[in-house]
Design a protein around this ligand. Structure first.
Ligand code: ACO
Length: 474
């Protein structure tokens, strides 16, 4: 395909998606206009008084300038910017910079940041190490966590020494040091890459961005988790990992490295929007898990690994997989009413509906719904799933929308979007992680600036005065 045609397709996809998002924004504003404006936050005077439920529900753990969720207005805001505007006009790379650094990048910084992320997607040693484990048989989230630990191993004493010996301390990932065995001639080991970036004479990384080892590690993690997630997907299909392509965006490269197929401009932009939408969401379980680990002054790789672990549970990531199963089980739009009546009788929760915070339509679902429609139009199975989803949404919102404030959440349409991109369902949660790393990193870095180890309390309801009985007398 000529570069003119590609440029034309990209511009058309961009216009189409921007229009869809701006329409969704308009609808969101209209529907929630009557909701009272939230009382915006003032300076916090610690200690604060709050009502706390089990699982720390309602507890205030810290202050943050990173993101804001308002359930009744259906607002999701990153660093002051509305999610609809970010999805319409920004990119995942820019959003990741925004979350981490607290402001939008200047042109030079943005170019440098994109170059940095692209270069740090090359993690051949981590990939090689990862592939010495039975990744194809592992739960993808467990494999992702393992991969994150493997990335970290370059922060060990040996690696620091190596860097010092080379006269330059980069306490980060293995990708900044040469490969142990440089590829020679045509023969090269499977899973080892000839990287143009690693070739002698390659331009040095732009240093305009790197403020500290921690920030450099965040860059490694944002880029590296995407490569690891893609590697896991490849290996599960019995294929070898591929290098990122310099002309693709972060989202495009993630899709390319995962599927081995260059994404269409439409797919690339849709994945970009998906990554923006999942990048941060308040003090959710995985963010909190990362922060708790970081607050012990453990390192950021281990902290992000904890976020991945927390996200792996079905109560957090993964509801979109259940949505696809449910839509498949329903079968067709015509079967929705009967299925839903039975679900109501059994008091079943309908997957992809309801949210702990949103009591209005989840803004992420507002964007993903029309994107699912757009992509599904080209695919037989997905278009049936989409039509079934729309019919189900009508029924659920008619019966529970006003009454219980139950609306579609982010997971209701995201699975259909990924299905259209031919991504296997068991990888959906890894996509969530690829995106959320930016939010986890930003929140950890922010918290560490005023670190205090997390230490809530439990109320002891056990017994006292038990008499110790030796084992042979029990
Ligand atoms: N389908 C039908 N009824 C529902 C649903 C649903 N999906 N969600 C909540 N309700 C009803 C409950 O039965 C309850 O009714 P009641 O007052 O008569 O008992 C009422 O709404 C409140 O429900 P809770 O479970 O107390 O709401 P909570 O805020 O604790 O739960 C949750 C939110 C867990 C997301 C819930 O809505 C749910 O289980 N949804 C389905 C799973 C899902 O889609 N999860 C993804 C969430 S998004 C994310 O985590 C990224």
């Amino acid at each position: 395909m000529s570069s003119d045609t590609t440029r034309q397709q990209t511009a058309t996809a961009d216009d189409q998606i921007t229009r869809i998002i701006l329409e969704a924004r308009e609808q969101a504003y209209q529907e929630t206009d009557h909701e009272p404006e939230p009382g915006l936050t003032a300076k916090v005077e610690w200690p604060v008084t709050c009502t706390v439920g089990p699982g720390l529900e309602g507890a205030i753990a810290c202050e943050s300038k990173i993101g804001y969720v308002n359930g009744s207005k259906g607002w999701l805001i990153y660093r002051g910017y509305d999610i609809f505007d970010l999805c319409a006009y920004s990119s995942y790379e820019e959003v990741a910079f925004l979350l981490l650094h607290g402001r939008l990048p200047k042109a030079r910084e943005f170019d440098a940041f994109k170059t940095t992320l692209f270069r740090r997607m090359y993690i051949p040693e981590t990939q090689r190490l990862l592939l010495s484990f039975p990744v194809q048989d592992m739960n993808p989230m467990a494999a992702l966590r393992l991969g994150t630990n493997l990335m970290r191993q370059k922060q060990t004493y040996r690696d620091r020494q190596l860097e010092e010996e080379r006269g330059r301390l980069i306490a980060t990932d293995e990708d900044s040091i040469p490969m142990e065995t440089r590829p020679t001639g045509k023969r090269r080991p499977v899973f080892q890459f000839i990287s143009s970036m690693l070739r002698r004479g390659a331009a040095p990384e732009p240093d305009v961005l790197v403020g500290s080892d921690e920030i450099a590690s965040c860059y490694n993690l944002i880029a590296g988790v995407a490569s690891i997630a893609a590697t896991i997907g490849r290996v599960r299909e019995g294929r070898i990992p591929i290098e990122p392509a310099p002309d693709l965006s972060f989202a495009g490269n993630y899709l390319y490295m995962l599927t081995g197929r260059r994404p269409t401009p439409l797919e690339e932009r849709v994945m970009d929007v998906c990554l923006i939408l999942h990048a941060d969401h308040g003090m959710n379980a995985s963010t909190f898990a990362s922060m708790v680990v970081a607050s012990t002054l453990s390192d950021i790789y281990l902290a992000i690994g904890s976020g991945i672990s927390a996200l792996s549970g079905p109560l957090h990531g993964g509801a979109n997989v259940e949505v696809i199963k449910m839509l498949d089980e329903i079968g067709s739009p015509g079967a929705v009413s009967k299925w839903y009546r039975a679900a109501q009788e059994e008091k079943k929760k309908v997957m992809g509906f309801g949210h702990r915070v949103y009591k209005a339509y989840d803004p992420r679902a507002r964007i993903l719904g029309p994107l699912a429609k757009l992509l599904a139009a080209e695919s037989g199975h997905a278009s049936k799933l989409y039509a079934t989803a729309v019919a189900l949404e009508k029924e659920v919102v008619a019966s529970l929308g006003e009454k219980k404030k139950i609306f579609p959440n982010v997971d209701f349409y995201s699975g259909i979007v990924y299905e259209c991109m031919q991504i296997p369902a068991e990888l959906y949660t890894t996509i969530f992680a690829v995106s959320r790393v930016a939010g986890w990193c930003a929140r950890v870095i922010e918290y560490l600036a005023n670190n205090r180890i997390f230490r809530p309390r439990a109320i002891y309801t056990g017994s006292f005065n038990e008499e110790y009985v030796p084992v042979e007398k029990r």
